[in-house]
Design a protein around this ligand. Structure first.
Ligand SMILES: [Ca+2]
Ligand SMILES: [Ca+2]
Length: 489
């Protein structure tokens, strides 16, 4: 495997041997973001919201879960360097670099963080030197896509970057897929080129993803940090520190270890924390609404030293509720067919801040609606009966709330309607499909082993006799399967 130049976007200020006392909540980075203009007023109150109930995925070098800033709120997620045995840590998803712990506590630390009660999910993709590989990041982001709870806003912070030319587009693709499913993604704009000179953030993945919140850095006097990538792909700036002053946050060496660090890596998690506050207030709010509110509420025109093509917007924590919208788009739609019927299931979309009241599922044939079902909120699967053998249909799903109908899925073409007869073996893809770039993974329940089985080479579902064949279907290994009963005979 070739290291693909994924690098963490933070750097400890000149190696120091000093130990820093536990912060008491008067850190300048928190002081700055609750007021529009300098000078700092010594107040860092952020209102009653804490991010409780919201997950922030820290995709980084791991997190020291026992650190006093985060005690009891860190969950180990996937740990790819340990899985690959390239850079093992124990316990898994802990941090042998320090960067991830620093980032996590800026997002969610009890006195240095913004969302003081959010849950942190430690997704380890970078090794003990803060380096990683594109393929590992892709795996990790797919894991997050399987792990997050549908319909509840979550936040993912990505304080790293890679040159677009180094296959960065595959990371961009995964980031966009997360956003489409209601996850707010905050991304460091990056800390310049190999010589530390700022470059256009549009040349870095995933900083270039339009729907991500790409965060540049400013120092304590509101000047753009000397290292911060800039340009039109930056959405807003947040404190990231400079030579004068870094950001004090948790470090890896003990549960009371703190360190000053600077970088767009440090600016990005402050925005992630703010996103968690807004998500706590309106858990069903769509990711795009949260991201838009964060940009809209920023302080305009106070930053100095920026390039003309960069947005003059500085993070401002305003916890007024976001205006509610119609729902987002249902995801993870799975369609299976058997015996002249088809079953459609889906994950509920974001509700736009107003509870879902129901879902309309339309079935089309040759472009015309032939059946329509309205089901109450909480029902996430329907069966259509009496369909024409040998035909394909199309499915469209649309959730609604008090504001109105939400975003319809695009038309999902079903497998051909067929009967499954004893003795037949059928390619599973002819029986079921998933609306995703991921393949649909199949398993047969133990109770159905006499009715049907999966054959590996070639991959076939074999119908043994008449009866109910219970299968588990999932998009990503480890995800809870959707259970379906296929009728044989
Ligand atoms: Ca203040
Ligand atoms: Ca953006």
């Amino acid at each position: 495997m070739i290291a693909m130049g994924i690098v963490a976007a933070g750097a400890v200020l000149a190696a120091s041997t000093a130990t820093f006392a536990a912060p008491v909540g008067t850190e300048w980075h928190l002081d700055r973001i609750n007021q529009a203009l300098l000078p700092l007023d010594g107040v860092n109150a952020r209102g009653p919201l804490t991010g409780a109930g919201i997950d922030i995925y820290i995709v980084d070098t791991g997190v020291r879960s026992t650190h006093e800033q985060l005690t009891g709120r860190v969950v180990p997620g996937i740990d790819i360097p340990t899985e690959n045995e390239t850079s093992k840590v124990d316990p898994v998803s802990s941090d042998c670099d320090g960067h991830g712990t620093h980032v996590a506590a800026l997002a969610a630390g009890s006195t240095v963080g913004v969302a003081t009660q959010a849950r942190v999910i430690a997704v380890r993709v970078l090794d003990c030197n803060g380096d990683g590989e594109v393929a590992d990041v892709v795996d990790a982001l797919q894991w997050v896509r399987a792990h997050h709870r549908s319909g509840i806003a979550a936040v993912v912070n990505l304080s790293f970057g890679v040159d677009l030319g180094d296959d960065g587009t595959s990371i961009d693709h995964e980031v966009q897929a997360l956003i489409d499913e209601g996850v707010v993604v905050t991304v460091a704009s990056g800390n310049g080129d190999a010589a530390g000179r700022p470059i256009d953030a549009c040349k870095i993945a995933p900083a270039d993803v339009p729907d991500a919140l790409t965060i540049g850095a400013v120092g304590i006097s509101d000047a753009v940090s000397y290292y911060a990538n800039n340009g039109p792909c930056v959405d807003l700036y947040a404190p990231g520190g400079d030579r004068t002053k870094g950001l004090l946050s948790a470090w890896k060496n003990s549960d009371t270890n703190y360190e000053f660090d600077v970088g767009t890596s440090m600016a990005s998690p402050l925005v992630a924390g703010y996103a968690a506050l807004l998500a706590q207030q309106q858990p069903g709010m769509c990711a795009t609404s949260i991201s838009r509110a964060i940009v809209d509420r920023s302080t305009k025109g106070v930053i100095t030293g920026m390039t003309a093509d960069s947005p003059n917007r500085l993070l401002f924590i305003d916890t007024a509720p976001i205006v509610t919208t119609t729902p987002g788009e249902a995801s993870h739609v799975i369609v299976t067919t058997d015996s002249q019927s088809l079953v459609v299931s889906w994950d509920s979309p974001c509700d736009g801040g107003s509870v879902l009241t129901g879902t309309r599922v339309s079935l089309l044939r040759n472009g015309k609606v032939v059946k329509r079902m309205d089901v109450p909120a909480g029902t996430n699967a329907v069966r259509f009966l009496g369909l024409a053998l040998g035909s394909r249909y199309q499915v469209v799903i649309k959730a609604k709330n008090a504001i109105g109908a939400g975003i319809a899925t695009s038309r999902i073409t079903t497998p051909v309607i067929r009967k499954i007869l004893p003795g037949q073996s059928v390619e599973p893809s002819a029986l079921g499909s998933l609306t995703s770039d991921l393949p649909l993974l199949w398993s047969v329940s133990q109770a159905s082993k006499k009715v049907c089985r999966l054959q590996v080479m070639p991959f076939r579902l074999v119908a043994l006799r008449k009866g109910a064949c219970r299968v588990g279907l999932r998009g990503i290994a480890g995800q809870d399967p959707v259970i379906r009963t296929l009728r044989i005979g």
